[in-house]
Write a protein that binds this ligand. Structure first.
Ligand SMILES: [Zn+2]
Length: 100
């Protein structure tokens, strides 16, 4: 368990959950097994400390469609993620790699 995962709080357990399709997950080199369900959770943004909800639909998308490493958890709220994307985009364009 990473420090980031310890900060994640599970909300109402029965309220919202989605089955996990373990065959679509990126589990890396771990021997851990996937849980059966995603649950709505919330976490503290590492930048501003805001409590950010993370819905089961977004978790499923991130892990099964974006194929993000399954044991990586969200750490930034939506507005900080948007700022981060914008900074990266600017850095790329300043380096001359931006698409026209
Ligand atoms: Zn934030």
């Amino acid at each position: 368990m990473t420090p980031d995962q310890r900060k994640v709080r599970r909300k109402n357990k029965a309220a919202s959950r989605l089955p996990v399709d373990a065959s679509k997950l990126n589990m890396g080199n771990t021997y851990s097994s996937a849980p059966d369900f995603y649950y709505d959770i919330e976490f503290d943004c590492i930048d501003c400390g805001a409590i950010e909800p993370w819905s089961v639909e977004r978790q499923k998308w991130r892990y099964q469609e974006a194929r993000d490493y399954f044991f990586a958890t969200a750490v930034r709220c939506r507005s900080r993620r948007a700022e981060q994307r914008e900074r990266r985009r600017l850095a790329r364009s300043e380096a001359g790699h931006a698409p026209a």
